[in-house]
Write a protein that binds this ligand. Structure first.
Ligand code: UD1
Length: 420
């Protein structure tokens, strides 16, 4: 199994290019099911999750031509509507094929994704919304079996809670339904906006894009014909490199980044003492000698993202004073705490709150990645720690970070991938 060996204590310098957003690419790939014409996607990140979803499309009978950052998908040949456990269990986001398969083919079977390290993560809101659109859904043998013999019809969906994946599934289902669907309490993430713009590029009318109320005029099962789609920059990857600059006291430049998508992250870095310079396509961070403590509560976009909570905990670990971090989205997203403490951090947990007492220095140790973003927090801690850290189980990292060790090494970090 691969692991990362990191010798900490080096300042970073230079520029790093941000890849396309994994969490935008996944719904865009799922949306390809709504089309029976070849569709080109560019600026894909080179990460395992993307390859997993493309493999699922291939298993459904679609034709996929994939190079590092580009894929052309032709879903005129889909001949199966079953998303099998072997794939869905590898990546929860495979549930995003449910809405498109059901609306185009009137039936499908998708394995239940199950829980994951960061919490229970049910899909009840996806299913309830599809039922409101006329689907009959049964759970049998670990599969969601859904059918809509007359096709899905538009409905008013009110989500009890904001759900990113649920909003995406219903936008896609609604785009080929009969009549209008309104989603109240919709997610507003940039990834949702990109999905809406893609569907609009096929001539589908969507109002309220970027707000919490969306109305989608369905095509009554006429497949969509998309314009080529360039994936937006990954705001979580960008945030992670900004944290790398902050934790190592460095000045670095991020290129191909969208500063409007990361305002909450930039605000927190500034209040910790960093200087941020925003230009057309780039951001420069100049870290202070000593970081100030911070108070963070995760929330839905445009609030502070839960996907950046672990990385900020790593930098708060060496801030001058006590930081408080509250996780409001996932009940079990603190598994990095004990691993950061192995590096010498002083973090205490009570329910959904973490108190981070800043320490003078971190020290290298053997640590274990527990989920995707927790893994990057350990890499950040290691960059600042004295001596050598080995980060194990980095298959979590490979799911969502494009060439993390290569990009950090290019910035001057001493980081190598090794095999046990
Ligand atoms: C997406 C992101 C993930 C991010 C999360 C929150 C992708 C591929 N993943 O995940 O990186 O951390 O948004 O920003 O884009 N919930 C229910 N019932 C449902 C659906 C969700 O109770 O039917 C709960 C979840 O358990 C969670 C909250 O709602 O507590 C938000 O989850 P959701 O926004 O759906 O997250 P994902 O789409 O899975």
């Amino acid at each position: 199994m691969d692991y990362l060996e990191i010798e900490g204590g080096y300042e970073l310098k230079g520029a790093v290019k941000i890849s396309g957003a994994k969490n935008s690419a996944l719904p865009v790939i799922a949306a390809s099911i709504l089309s029976d014409k070849p569709f080109e996607i560019t600026n894909l990140p080179n990460v395992v999750d993307i390859r997993t979803l493309l493999k699922l499309i291939d298993m459904l009978g679609g034709k996929v031509v994939h190079s590092n950052t580009t894929a052309t998908i032709d879903n005129s040949s889909i001949n199966s509507t079953k998303a099998v456990y072997e794939i869905v269990s590898q990546m929860r986001a495979s549930i995003l094929v449910l809405g498109p398969l059901l609306t185009r083919f009137k039936h499908c079977e998708v394995s239940l994704p199950g829980g994951c390290a960061i919490g229970q993560r049910p899909i009840d809101m996806h299913l309830k919304a599809l039922e409101a659109m006329g689907a009959k859904i049964e759970i049998q043998g670990g599969y969601v079996k859904a059918e809509a013999p007359k096709g899905l019809k538009g409905a008013k969906i009110i989500f009890d809670k904001i759900t990113v994946g649920g909003t995406e599934n219903i936008i896609m289902a609604a785009s080929m339904a009969k009549g209008a669907t309104t989603i109240v309490n919709a997610a507003k993430e940039p990834e949702i906006v990109q999905l809406c713009e893609l569907i609009q590029s096929a001539g589908v009318e969507i109002t309220g894009v970027g707000t919490s109320e969306l109305t989608i005029m369905g095509t009554d099962r006429k497949p969509l014909e998309f314009q080529p789609c360039k994936i937006i920059p990954d705001r979580i990857e960008a945030g992670t490199y900004l944290c790398a600059g902050a934790i190592t006291g460095s000045t670095i430049i991020l290129e191909d980044v969208e500063s409007n998508h990361i305002k909450a992250i930039l605000d927190k870095l500034e209040s910790m003492g960093s200087t941020i310079k925003i230009e057309a396509n780039s951001i420069t961070i100049k870290a202070p000698k000593k970081l100030k403590p911070i108070s963070i509560t995760t929330s839905e976009y445009p609030g502070f993202p839960t996907d950046m909570q672990a990385q900020f905990m790593a930098i708060a670990a060496i801030a001058q004073g006590e930081s408080i971090i509250e996780e409001r989205l996932f009940e079990n997203r603190f598994m990095h705490v004990s691993e950061l403490n192995r590096l010498g951090a002083d973090i205490w947990l009570k329910g959904s709150l973490a108190a981070v007492h800043g320490v003078k220095e971190l020290n290298g140790a053997d640590v274990m990645a527990t989920d995707l973003r927790a893994s990057s927090a350990l890499v950040l801690g290691a960059l600042a720690a004295n001596g050598t850290t080995k980060v194990r189980r980095i298959y979590h990292l490979d799911r969502g970070y494009d060439n993390l060790e290569g990009k950090l090494a290019q910035l001057g970090a001493k980081i190598v991938r090794k095999k046990e």
